[in-house]
Design a protein around this ligand. Structure first.
Ligand SMILES: *[C@@H]1O[C@H](CO)[C@@H](O)[C@H](O)[C@H]1NC(C)=O
Ligand SMILES: *[C@@H]1O[C@H](CO)[C@@H](O)[C@H](O)[C@H]1NC(C)=O
Ligand SMILES: *[C@@H]1O[C@H](CO)[C@@H](O)[C@H](O)[C@H]1NC(C)=O
Ligand SMILES: *[C@@H]1O[C@H](CO)[C@@H](O)[C@H](O)[C@H]1NC(C)=O
Length: 409
């Protein structure tokens, strides 16, 4: 009885929250007369139909706004069909979702031996590019020194919020502009999808920093985030010099990254926590397990932990082209390693990237010492509260001994 009661209350509560958010949104839209900041959201698809009348009224209103803005950009979109150099369109040119399972593959003997989740992966493996639900074509307009891109999922709202306040803060330092984007797919929870979508759209209207594609966010689909981003970057970002790409649960020292980038320019820059001769994991219960049917070599090519790495404009474009020559691979950072291998580029290892966590002296108290973090570029992985605390600590008047013991770096 009590459970039903509290469920009903919860539903009521959700409905009220939703209504508040929606009315705020409408309010925000109607009264936001100032021109949209660069990177205003442009919806390119039709959102899922929602039953609730209040919501659909809002939707009609929102659609009118979007259509108004969209028809302006349509002219550009048409001319965008003339492809620019090297086969890169001027606008996102995937407008419909044609992702159907490839049943041909079920006839192969090896298919039947796969676990269910690999079966699903293989059935949809050929689907590579997806329509965009939220886009910011103007995000990279002008010179951008560092573009920070963060892999995130709809429900990790708090992480995005904290990143915006800390290492992902958009700013300009010594004339170097820093811009931030979050990369998302759609919610994997189908029942809650339209609800989360509304909240995400509201968030994006406030911050203008979300790129969303119409594919389901899941671990194996992270590679889709990679290739869709590379294509997006090649389409829209001609004057971005460097890219930091990482997870939403890491600590990043933006200052140290800028400091690192001051050094001599490296043409094919790809730096992070590099693994050489890593072996594919063959234990079935491991998150990174890969069956022989998907990868049968003994070693992976050298690759960089996907939790955080730095690359540059020229290499990102080449990676996009290389990625198109390969079949997708379920582990996103390994897939990038394969692309680097195609290009004959060796990733650079840097001890300031601890994307596999701090491995040595795992349980030492020093691992949470701000003085240690002060010397790092990226550390995996922190809770949002820890990140805020660490950020405040290293930006306070911290006195650290000049040298850290070698064992920690
Ligand atoms: C499946 O096989 C048919 C016939 O051989 C072919 O036309 C089709 O393109 C294949 N589908 C995929 C997704 O490869
Ligand atoms: C990846 O996304 C596509 C498109 O939404 C979906 O059909 C597929 O099931 C997803 N794959 C996995 C492994 O989640
Ligand atoms: C390994 O996989 C490749 C491509 O998937 C295939 O061509 C090759 O025959 C496989 N080698 C072995 C020893 O199974
Ligand atoms: C740090 O110390 C300097 C001088 O020692 C002082 O001017 C500054 O306000 C201090 N900053 C903070 C955040 O305490």
């Amino acid at each position: 009885m009590n459970i039903w009661r509290s469920r009903r209350l919860l539903k009521l509560y959700c409905a009220i929250c939703c209504a508040i958010v929606l009315s705020l949104t409408v309010f925000h839209r109607s009264y936001n007369v100032s021109p949209e900041p660069t990177g205003a959201p442009v919806r390119l698809d039709r959102a899922p139909r929602v039953q609730n009348r209040g919501i659909s009224q809002f939707r009609d209103y929102a659609l009118k706004q979007v259509v108004g803005r969209r028809s302006k950009s349509l002219g550009v979109m048409v001319s965008g069909r003339d492809r620019g150099g090297k086969g890169v369109a001027k606008q996102w040119d995937v407008l419909t979702n044609n992702c159907h399972p490839n049943h041909n593959i079920t006839r192969a003997n090896w298919f039947n031996d796969l676990d269910a989740k690999f079966k699903e992966y293989v059935l949809y493996r050929h689907c590579r590019y997806f329509p965009m639900i939220l886009n910011h074509p103007k995000k990279c307009v002008g010179d951008v020194y560092l573009l920070i891109v963060v892999k995130s999922i709809i429900t990790q709202y708090h992480r995005r919020e904290v990143i915006r306040q800390t290492w992902g803060k958009e700013m300009e330092i010594d004339g170097k502009r820093i811009k931030t984007l979050f990369l998302l797919g759609t919610s994997s929870n189908v029942n809650e999808r339209s609800h989360y979508q509304k909240l995400l759209e509201y968030e994006d209207r406030l911050y203008g920093d979300i790129l969303q594609w119409d594919f389901t966010d899941s671990f194996f689909n992270l590679t889709l985030k990679e290739v869709n981003f590379l294509k997006w970057f090649s389409t829209y970002c001609h004057r971005v010099q460097h890219i930091f790409k990482g997870d939403d649960d890491v600590f990043v020292s933006t200052e140290n990254i800028l400091e690192y980038l001051k050094g001599p320019g490296i043409p094919n820059l790809f730096v992070g926590d590099t693994l050489h001769k890593a072996r594919p994991i063959r234990k079935k219960d491991n998150k990174y397990y890969v069956p022989l049917a998907l990868y049968n070599k003994t070693f992976y090519p050298s690759y960089v932990g996907g939790a955080g790495f730095v690359t540059n404009q020229a290499l990102a474009r080449k990676l996009y082209q290389a990625s198109e020559t390969l079949e997708l691979y379920p582990i996103d950072d390994v897939f990038l390693g394969m692309c680097l291998e195609v290009l004959g580029v060796s990733p650079i290892s840097h001890s300031g990237f601890k994307t596999f966590g701090i491995v040595r002296n795992k349980n030492s108290k020093m691992n949470s010492d701000p003085c240690l973090y002060k010397h790092m570029l990226v550390v995996h992985k922190l809770l949002t509260a820890e990140l805020l605390e660490m950020w405040a600590a290293i930006h306070s008047n911290l006195t650290c001994s000049l040298k850290l013991p070698r064992t920690f770096i």
